[in-house]
Design a protein around this ligand. Structure first.
Ligand code: GTP
Ligand code: MG
Length: 204
């Protein structure tokens, strides 16, 4: 299948579950800690500089941002977690929104869990991986900021991510750099495969 990534529209910022679109289009979700690069990865996949907003007020986004690509698929920018300066209330609101979102199976086609390739995944990353596993939907781990590590760290760091998140064998880990474009083809290929599979399933 082909996806014209030039044709990308911001649809809405959903503060509650009722605001999430639920038409028949597949939904690709981007999850990860605040500042890990969710918006940057979306921009890189779309070949845009500043489509999804990058780096503004970390931790402030408790909204789910929906982008529609080529009228065929949603890219879903989930609110980041793990930002230290967030109030208890905001954190609770985040947990409630994400919890409800995961409970609604119709909302997820493929999950992308972004982690920072430089570091051992945090406890929050592990929790998020658990949620994806429990969802029963396919997910992929995107190890972002690959441009920031030395070649000698490439393999061990990916192995550490796989171990810490206790990933089943079928879950791929893709080394990625939103900065340089590393891994873009591989990730885009996977996304397209899943859209195609979902569409085929929908047509029976
Ligand atoms: P929130 O929306 O706050 O949850 O953050 P986010 O996950 O959307 O992160 P964002 O895309 O805003 O990126 C955070 C910072 O990391 C920005 O300064 C980016 O330029 C930088 N960044 C993102 N990806 C990469 C990467 O692959 N390499 C490098 N070197 N920097 C990156
Ligand atoms: Mg963002």
């Amino acid at each position: 299948m082909k996806l014209n990534t030039q044709n990308a529209e911001f649809i809405r910022s959903a503060a509650k579950l009722a605001d999430c679109p639920r038409d028949s289009l597949p939904q690709i979700a981007f999850a990860g800690r605040s500042n890990v690069g969710k918006s940057s990865v979306i921009n890189r996949l779309l070949g845009r500089k500043n489509f999804a907003r990058v780096g503004s007020a970390p931790g402030k986004t408790t909204h789910i941002n929906y982008f529609r690509i080529d009228k065929q698929v949603y890219f879903v920018d989930l609110p980041g977690y793990g930002y230290a300066k967030v109030s208890k209330q905001e954190r609770a609101r985040w947990g409630q929104l994400i919890g409800q979102w995961f409970d609604d199976a119709s909302l997820l086609t493929l999950g992308l869990l972004l982690v920072d390739i430089r570091h051992k995944p945090t406890a929050d990353d592990c929790t998020m991986a658990q949620w994806f596993k429990a969802s029963g939907k396919p997910f992929v781990v995107v190890a972002n900021k690959h441009d920031k590590i030395k070649k000698s760290e490439w393999e061990p760091n990916v192995a550490r991510i796989r171990e810490t998140l206790e990933l089943p064998e079928e879950v791929p880990v893709i080394s990625f750099s939103a900065e340089k474009g590393t891994g873009r083809e591989e990730l885009m290929g996977l996304i397209l495969d899943h859209i195609q599979a979902e569409n085929a399933a929908a047509q029976g």
